[in-house]
Design a protein around this ligand. Structure first.
Ligand SMILES: Cc1ncc(C[n+]2csc(CCOP(=O)(O)OP(=O)(O)O)c2C)c(N)n1
Ligand SMILES: [Mg+2]
Length: 541
């Protein structure tokens, strides 16, 4: 009789389903899985904070379309990880968090690090549960992956009690999952034709795509859809919503739209619920969404103004619409829309800082842009407050990760490490603020240990400026407090951890610093002193 340990079942299931790497941080409850990983040849990428493991799994999910796997210990490890799931949920990223857990015989008895983990993760996941038997651990893991990948992708959590991981069962009793059985709902041809008719009847239609379509494949599909229909397709993945600087003078454009087609884009605060002064009061809405509840919500919000709503997966629905489109929308509208989206103030080409020893964010990104454009496979990560918004608006790229709809800052460095594990050649740049870098600066040690070079472009204005700007606007310039930081030398921290550091106080020095950082082949931080500058607000002149 061959027996298998629960931990071996978990690890072999991951291997069978194509996962060869897990992002993790050790702990008593999961050491059996570490042990099992040795035999299965599973790569343990071990990090310095559980949230970083989740952020890396999130980035893996977004960049590859395959589920990222994070593994943390029970109790405090799980608690540290849960906050980061919110980012993955908002970004619609397929990933699975596996957490060790107190043994089943300890439940309710005050066991070591016992915590209602599944309850805790529930609001920030698509599904969350605790495994109940060793024989079905493989099924649990397979089911978690299936749910993460189906419909609107997102995070799923499973807690794994340590006694189930340690127990041995007869191999013949193990319930192995079916490989990659995801449920998908396609857009039926009559529904597609109905939507295309509505689009053809509109004068100024817009397609708004959800975050899950910001992948390279999603962008390519949207380009095809835009070409086939003549309708501008816009990805809305920022908490700044309509004001996302990536989208140029989008507020001027959306106000003119007479039809909004939501393609997997939740009608939420980022869209201002397609109502109020940001919109034409007569604007009509179509909702195509993998999630029935979101179609229902759109119906509740819009009433008669919802022309049509249906359940379908965003990617395949977009492909169906592109394939069936017969007419294109008025070319004048398309040209005007693209001009608004591409609009950037001419002054950005020449603006310079007024403060000695400080750069204006536009100077930083004018210098960075040629490096980003050198390689079409460059990965750009933008994280943080005001500084990163300038990066989002000035650096056009195909592969980009931002912290996303939940607006949770701090994930950028972890994203950069995960991106480098996937993209071995092209540059990886992480643009972030000095407040933001503090959340996970210790991941530079992970990056050095694992040999994962990337370049962090740190805009150091010695403050949490996004919040300072709110204070200036809402309470007055004399009431700005509680948001100041030191002009700290983060470049020296990174050098101390074994990476490469640069400190820049003048625009003339920045290109050579970037060049040296890239050439170092090390995880790098360019500490660029900047003047505090509000995020850009772009309007048609
Ligand atoms: C996890 C989390 N904590 C706090 C905030 C609120 N917040 C948003 S931007 C920001 C300031 C970011 O500062 P920094 O990274 O230095 O960028 P800056 O705005 O100064 O350019 C803060 C505190 C948030 N969005 N997410
Ligand atoms: Mg700052």
């Amino acid at each position: 009789m061959t027996t298998l340990r629960g931990a071996d079942i978990v690890v072999q299931t991951l291997s069978r389903l194509g996962a060869s790497r897990i992002f993790t941080l050790s702990g008593n409850h999961i050491m059996s899985i570490f042990d099992a990983a040795l035999d299965a040849g599973l790569d343990l990428v071990h990090v310095r904070h559980e949230a970083a493991a989740v952020h890396m799994a999130d980035a893996h999910g977004r960049l590859t379309g395959q589920p990222g796997i994070a593994l943390v210990t029970g109790g405090p490890g799980h608690a540290n990880a849960v906050g980061a799931l919110f980012t993955a949920l908002g970004a619609e990223s397929p990933m699975v968090l596996l957490s060790g857990h107190a043994a089943t015989w300890e439940f309710g008895r005050g066991g070591f690090q016992e915590l209602r983990q599944a309850d805790m993760a529930k609001p920030v996941t698509k599904a969350s549960w605790t495994a109940t038997a060793t024989e079905t651990l493989g099924h649990d893991v397979g089911e978690a992956i299936r749910i993460a990948m189906s419909g609107r992708p997102g995070p799923v959590h499973v807690s794994l009690p340590s006694d189930l991981l340690d127990a041995r069962v007869d191999e013949s009793a193990v319930a192995w999952p079916e490989p990659a059985a995801h449920s998908h709902v396609s857009l039926a041809a009559p529904a597609a034709d109905h939507i295309l008719d509505a689009i053809a009847g509109a004068a100024r239609p817009l397609i708004l795509a959800g975050p899950q379509l910001s992948s390279v494949a999603g962008r390519a599909m949207l380009e095809k859809l835009e070409a086939a229909t003549g309708v501008p397709a816009v990805i809305m993945e920022s908490p700044r919503g309509i004001a996302d600087a990536t989208l140029g003078a989008f507020p001027d454009l959306i106000r003119r739209a007479d039809l909004i087609v939501l393609l997997g884009k939740a009608l939420d605060f980022t869209t201002k619920w397609a109502a109020g002064p940001a919109y034409d009061p007569d604007v009509r809405v179509i909702a195509i969404d993998p999630d029935e509840a979101l179609v229902a919500r759109a119906r509740k919000e819009k009433g008669e103004r919802l022309l049509f709503g249906c359940v379908a997966d965003s990617m395949s629905a977009g492909e169906t619409l592109a394939a069936r489109a017969a007419k294109t929308a008025p070319p004048g509208w398309h040209a005007a829309a693209r001009a608004a989206l591409d609009n950037r103030p001419a002054a950005w080409r020449s603006v310079v800082s007024q403060a000695a020893g400080r750069l204006h964010p536009a100077e930083v990104f004018r210098a960075l842009r040629p490096f980003v454009e050198r390689d079409p496979d460059t990965v750009l990560i933008c994280d943080g407050g005001e500084f990163a918004q300038w990066g989002q608006s000035m650096l056009p790229v195909r592969r980009r990760l931002i912290n996303g709809v939940t607006g949770s800052i701090g994930s950028g460095l972890s994203f950069a490490l995960a991106a480098r594990m996937i993209e071995r050649r092209a540059p990886v740049f992480a643009v972030l603020g000095d407040g933001t870098i503090g959340f996970h600066i210790s991941e530079f040690e992970t990056a050095v240990r694992r040999g994962l070079p990337f370049v962090a472009i740190l805009g150091n204005d010695a403050r949490w400026n996004a919040e300072s700007e709110i204070q200036r606007r809402d309470y007055g310039a004399n009431r700005m407090h509680g948001c100041e930081l030191l002009p700290a030398r983060y470049d020296l921290v990174v050098a101390a951890l074994g990476g490469h550091g640069e400190h820049v106080e003048s625009a003339a020095d920045l290109p050579a610093a970037i060049e040296r950082a890239l050439a170092s082949g090390k995880p790098s931080c360019i500490n660029v002193m900047i003047e505090s500058t509000a995020a850009p607000a772009i309007r048609l002149g």
